[in-house]
Ligand binder design. Structure first.
Ligand code: GLY
Length: 388
């Protein structure tokens, strides 16, 4: 959101995706969206705390000034960048800010940032006075299509990521596509991994769009983005958000359908852990999707051409397709310890076909090892630029 001027008559009307549930909310996608903030915050809000990392201080300032101009008593709080923000200490700092400014149950938080900021700000909103309103203003592609939508909030502990948290749906989400202008190339491409995931589990048109425009998407920030590519990005965000909205609207607490959003994540999380979180999330999920596709193929569920389609799309974007051959045992034990596995049984989301997700529970160890052999690189060469 580098350009946050509230009014621009030439900008196309924003798209709105409704997320249903006990407290339905809108995800607004477009440009120059600040004018939308008061209606998303809703009636009765008097004080608003804008939470942001240092790198987004200028954007947060614009939001802060705009809130003040709209009549709110507005405050800002800077938090550390990325995962450093997701600690009990930073949450306690924000609780302190809310307490000192006398935030009541009818006040609100606005987060401006990537997934770590929305997770943290959402968690603080969920816990302050047992829950106040939060509006997310995600500034990365990953946060727009995933973290900001669906109400998952949380912080990390010394024992692992997202171990403390709650489901706290936001009052609204503002995806200002102008924020993506300053996003680094590989951060953008890593975000596309989640977009591609959404295509494989639920919307083939997403895959077609990425296939048609892969070169331009891969060159994000390297050459000037054409109006055609902007239109494609807007459609990809809207379609991805629409899928997520449908899934979380039906299953907020991940008791069934929501699990499909974890396509590629079982192995992906294990890769992230093995790499001590030095890989981008999207890069790890890319490898995880190729693994899940191979697993489904070996289990007799998925045709070869869909497996190859995974490699072609993800590979053309510059995402990694393989991982170290010598890490299988480590990955396997990380997957067993994952909080989403049930007991000792490993569960994978796999595909019967594009947009036909299903589960594979407790696959035979030889099947798992065979699928891993299909994606393993002999040496640690499989990371690709996006992983760095
Ligand atoms: N990131 C997966 C979910 O929101 O359920």
């Amino acid at each position: 959101m580098t350009d946050t001027t509230p009014a621009d008559a030439s900008a196309p009307a924003p798209a709105r995706v409704r997320v249903s549930g006990d407290q339905p909310y809108d995800v607004v996608i477009g440009r120059h969206l600040l004018g939308e903030l008061p209606s998303l915050l809703g009636d009765g809000v008097r004080r608003v705390l804008v939470v942001h990392p240092a790198a987004l201080a200028a954007t947060a300032d614009v939001v802060h000034e705009d809130l003040k101009a709209s009549g709110y008593e507005a405050f800002v709080a800077e938090v550390p960048d990325a995962e450093e923000a997701k600690t009990a200490q930073v949450a306690a700092f924000l609780w302190g800010v809310l307490g000192q400014a006398d935030f009541t149950r009818s006040d609100a938080i606005v987060t401006v940032g990537g997934g770590a900021t929305t997770d943290l700000g959402g968690f603080v909103a969920a816990t302050w006075l047992r829950g106040i309103r939060v509006v997310h203003v995600p500034t990365t592609l990953l946060a727009m299509v995933d973290a900001a939508v669906g109400g998952k909030t949380g912080i990390n502990t010394a024992e692992g990521k997202n171990l403390v948290g709650s489901f706290h749906p936001p009052a609204g989400v503002l995806c200002d596509l102008a924020s993506l202008e300053s996003l680094g190339r590989w951060d953008f491409v890593a975000g596309l991994a989640e977009v591609v995931k959404t295509g494989f589990i639920a919307d083939e048109r997403i895959l077609e769009l990425v296939e048609e425009h892969a070169e331009a998407l891969r060159e994000w920030g390297v050459r000037e983005t054409t109006p055609e590519t902007w239109a494609v990005v807007a459609e990809l965000v809207e379609r991805s958000v629409a899928v997520k909205a449908r899934v979380v609207g039906e299953d907020l607490k991940e008791s069934g359908l929501r699990e499909i959003l974890n396509y590629g994540h079982t192995l992906g999380h294990a890769v992230e852990l093995t790499e001590r979180y030095q890989w981008r999330h999207g890069a790890a999920v890319s490898v995880g999707m190729v693994f899940a596709a191979e697993l489904a193929r070996l289990a007799g569920k998925l045709d070869d051409d869909v497996v190859e389609r995974h490699r072609t799309i993800l590979g053309t974007l510059g995402l990694p397709l393989t991982y170290r051959g010598d890490r299988w045992e480590q990955l396997l034990s990380a997957m067993r310890r994952d909080k989403k596995s049930r007991g000792d049984l490993l569960r994978f989301v796999v595909l019967d076909d594009v947009a036909r997700p299903t589960r594979l529970e407790g696959p035979d160890p030889t099947l798992l090892a065979a699928a891993y052999a299909e994606i393993s690189a002999d040496a640690p060469v499989g990371r690709g630029p996006v992983a760095l």
